[in-house]
Every structure is written in structure tokens, then in C-alpha cells.
Ligand binder design. Structure first.
Ligand SMILES: Nc1nc2c(c(=O)[nH]1)N[C@H]1C(S)=C(S)[C@@H](COP(=O)(O)OP(=O)(O)OC[C@H]3O[C@@H](n4cnc5c(N)ncnc54)[C@H](O)[C@@H]3O)O[C@H]1N2
Ligand code: MOO
Length: 404
């Protein structure tokens, strides 16, 4: 009997281990997962600084200034960014200061350059309103000894910037799982081959390779192999240096659907055969020496959905992510979905916001052998098992195909 999706997911997730760690250059760390918690050894900003080009002053001096009630200060210093102040600021004096430069001692505010007129060392302040707010204080963003980024954080552009602020030229991340992808099927030919009668090009390996990369893992493309137990078994053995081994094709019950037989031959313990979802029913999984073998359907859309539901979460876990699931939202069907559903179904869709709700449009081509809808989908509508056809306006659950 087909395994329930949630049971199959849990079986796989319980069997995978976090990857070991490695050091990488900061510039190579985008989309990796941090394996160390980063504690700051400094305040940031490291000194009180000016957020604009202007004059550092004693805020009380300029408190009441407006254009027809200006005051005159005397410039005693000049600090461009990268330099340090040479004089204290006292009442009646000012220091010309550039954005990012350290505030001189005694200064309690900054007036903007465009609110002043300079005449030699005389600075006429036309408007000093709110000058005391124009200071970025030492440690206002980060304080020394603060835990700034926790282990398990996915490294995005903001995290990379913060790691640079903190001087982390190399970072400790989880190693990427290496995922072997093998396409089985005597009808399958390499992507650069001329089509001959009865043959089709191997699209699965490339599609899955992109899905593997999107999950943060590394693909080892092993090419394609004929429907032959010996040849498939040899390929699987060659792939056993990888952390996860994916095959496509041969997962159903046809005369040449051989993956189950190959698992048996190689002593791979079967975890489940068939999962109760559409598309993606045809999938089996096994384990040998702690390594997972995942036999996905040959049908491209079915393989893509099986990957989304059963392979992506385990790769996310192995990569060290804190969450393994895509975000889900409630949405309203923008047009009817006319199929009744036995097993839980995943429908390629496009979602967008309209007024206060999210609309979800089921895409037209949903066959398990078709890819056109996968090209443009930004979401998957989840239709629970045993659901009759749904009219437009029905409320549905939607998985957003975005990274969190
Ligand atoms: N009697 C039954 N027949 C089928 C059933 C069933 O329950 N009873 N299930 C159907 C469903 S659903 C699916 S999905 C497929 C799964 O078949 P397999 O996993 O065994 O895959 P194949 O038969 O090898 O291939 C299916 C289809 O996909 C094409 N294919 C295969 N590999 C690739 C590739 N690398 N790139 C692109 N396309 C590929 C292949 O040519 C076939 O057209 O079984 C149904 N049958
Ligand atoms: O098993 Mo098929 O993969 O349901 O579409």
C-alpha cells in the first residue's frame, strides 16, 4: 500500500544526519548555512559618528534656530570620514564633519550642511532643528559580546554584510550534501544527442540538479543508464561515495521498472514503495549504510513534486537549516479546479495578491509528464485527499515556491 506522505517524510527526516562542517571564504558563503554562532567582539558602530555631511555642534546652541533666527558658530576643526577629531567642541564652536566620521568630544548634535552658510571660519546656522537626533551612537546596532547570528542561519546578502562588519573573512558552514542523479530508461538519451525514433532527451537530471542546488546541495550528474538491472546496480554502486543517491524512472510496476529489484540486489533496505500523492505516487526509498537511495518517477512533473515534498526537506535538514519547509498561505481559487482528488494532490499554480486576499490560479497543463506549468508556477495548491472538484472562490492551502 502507498505510504502516507507525512509518514514517508518523517521516515526520511528521521534517518538523515547533519553534514559535517567546513570553513569557506566569506565571498563563497552565500546560501550556505552557518554552523557557528557569531558573537561580536566589538560595538557597532565602533564610535559615535555623523550620519550626514554637516557641522558637529553643541545641540543646545542651535536649539531655537530657524531661517530668520540664525546663529553664528566658529569652525575649530574638520573631520572627513576615516580621520579622527583633533579638538573638543564647546558652546559656540563647530566642527565640519562628513558622513561616517567620528563625532568630536563635546559635540551633542549635527546640523546639515544645507542648513548652514560658511563664511571663512564663521558658520551661520539657519536651521538647527532636531540636530541632537543626527548622531549614530556607538553600539546602537551591535554591542560587544552580543550574539548576533545563530548557527543554522541561512546566509543571505544581509548576513554576508553583517559577517563582514564583524570581520569574519572565513566562516564555518555545513558541508553541502553531494547528491548523485542517475536517469534510468532505455528510451533516454543525453541532452546533446539527436532524437531517434522512440527516444527522448534526459530532462529529469537537469531539472533535479537545479532543485538540488536550490535546496543548497551539490549535484553529481551521473548521466543515464539503460533499463538493465546490472547496469543500474553498477551506477548505484559508483554513486555510493555521494551522500544521497537519486534515480529517476523505473519506479512504477511496468516490465522494465527495475529500481525495486536493484535495491534488493544491492542489499538496500526498502523504506517505502509508492507515496499517496498525485503526481509523485511512483516513488520508492531505501537505505544502506546510512545512505538514502531515492527512486523518483520518470515522469518529469511527478519527479519534481516528489523532490519538493520528500527530497528537499531532507537536504534542507542535512544542510543545517532551521526550517525544512516552504511557507504556506491560505488563498482563494481564481478559477475552478475540475478534477476530483483521491490521493492528496499538488497543483502547479500562480499566486498574487488582490486587495486583502491571495488569489491562486491553477495552471492549465497538470499532467505528470508535462513541464510547461512548472516553468511558470510560483506556488503549488495543496488539495486534500478525497476532495470533489472545486469551484472558483474556494479557499485552498498554497505552498509558495520561495526560499525563506
Ligand atoms: N499500470 C500502471 N502504469 C503506470 C502507473 C500505475 O500505477 N499503473 N503509474 C503511472 C504513473 S502515475 C507514473 S508517474 C509512471 C511512473 O513510471 P516510472 O517511474 O516507472 O517511470 P518510467 O516508466 O521510466 O517513465 C515514465 C515517463 O517518464 C519519461 N522519462 C523517464 N525518464 C526521463 C528523463 N530522465 N527525462 C525525461 N523524461 C523521462 C519516460 O519516457 C516515460 O514517458 O508510471 C505510470 N504507469
Ligand atoms: O506516480 Mo505518478 O508519479 O502519480 O504521477
Amino acid at each position: 500500500m502507498a505510504e502516507k506522505l507525512e509518514v514517508a517524510q518523517e521516515k526520511l527526516l528521521n534517518l538523515v544526519q547533519l553534514m559535517p562542517t567546513e570553513m569557506v571564504e566569506l565571498s563563497e558563503s552565500w546560501r550556505r548555512v552557518l554552523a557557528e554562532t557569531i558573537v561580536s567582539n566589538m560595538d557597532f558602530p565602533p564610535f559615535d559618528r555623523s550620519p550626514l555631511d554637516g557641522y558637529a555642534i553643541v545641540a543646545k546652541d542651535v536649539e531655537g534656530t530657524v531661517p530668520d533666527k540664525s546663529i553664528i558658530l566658529r569652525q575649530v576643526d574638520y573631520v572627513p570620514a576615516g580621520d579622527v577629531p583633533h579638538h573638543n567642541i564647546t558652546s559656540g564652536t563647530a566642527c565640519r564633519i562628513m558622513t561616517g566620521a567620528p563625532l568630536p568630544p563635546g559635540a551633542t548634535g549635527v546640523v546639515r550642511i544645507e542648513d548652514t552658510i560658511a563664511d571663512g571660519d564663521k558658520i551661520i546656522v539657519l536651521d538647527g532643528h532636531g540636530a541632537e537626533k543626527n548622531i549614530c551612537f556607538q553600539g546602537e546596532e551591535i554591542s560587544s559580546a552580543e550574539e548576533v547570528i545563530s548557527a543554522g542561519t541561512a546566509i543571505n546578502a544581509g548576513v554576508i554584510g553583517m559577517l563582514a562588519v564583524l570581520g569574519k573573512a572565513q566562516v564555518c558552514v555545513f558541508r553541502k550534501p553531494r547528491v548523485a542523479i542517475i536517469a534510468t530508461g532505455s528510451e533516454i538519451i543525453p541532452v546533446d544527442s539527436q532524437l531517434t525514433p522512440g527516444k527522448i532527451r534526459n530532462s529529469n537530471s537537469y531539472m533535479l540538479s537545479a532543485q538540488v542546488a536550490d535546496a543548497g546541495a551539490k549535484t553529481i550528474l551521473m548521466g543515464n543508464v539503460l533499463d538493465n538491472v546490472d547496469e543500474i546496480a553498477l551506477m548505484l554502486e559508483n554513486a555510493s561515495t555521494c551522500d544521497v543517491v537519486i534515480t529517476t524512472g523505473g519506479a512504477s510496476i511496468g516490465d522494465h521498472d527495475l529500481i525495486g529489484e536493484v535495491y534488493e540486489r544491492l542489499g538496500i533496505t526498502l523504506l517505502f514503495d509508492r507515496v499517496s500523492i498525485k503526481p509523485g505516487m511512483s516513488m520508492l526509498a531505501g537505505i544502506k549504510n546510512g545512505k538514502l537511495y531515492l527512486g523518483l518517477s520518470g515522469n518529469p512533473a511527478a519527479a519534481a513534486i516528489s523532490f519538493e515534498q520528500l527530497v528537499r526537506p531532507i537536504l534542507m535538514k542535512m544542510c543545517g537549516h532551521k526550517t525544512w519547509w516552504r511557507p504556506r498561505v491560505r488563498a482563494v481559487l481564481a478559477s475552478p479546479f475540475n478534477k476530483s482528488t483521491g490521493a492528496k494532490r499538488f497543483v502547479w499554480s500562480r499566486c498574487w495578491q488582490k486587495d486583502n486576499s491571495i488569489l491562486a490560479e491553477p495552471l492549465r497543463l497538470q499532467s505528470n509528464g508535462m513541464l510547461k506549468s512548472a516553468m511558470v508556477a510560483n506556488s503549488l495548491i495543496v488539495i486534500p485527499e478525497n476532495t470533489p472538484p472545486l469551484p472558483s472562490g474556494s479557499e485552498v492551502e498554497v505552498i509558495l515556491l520561495i526560499n525563506t
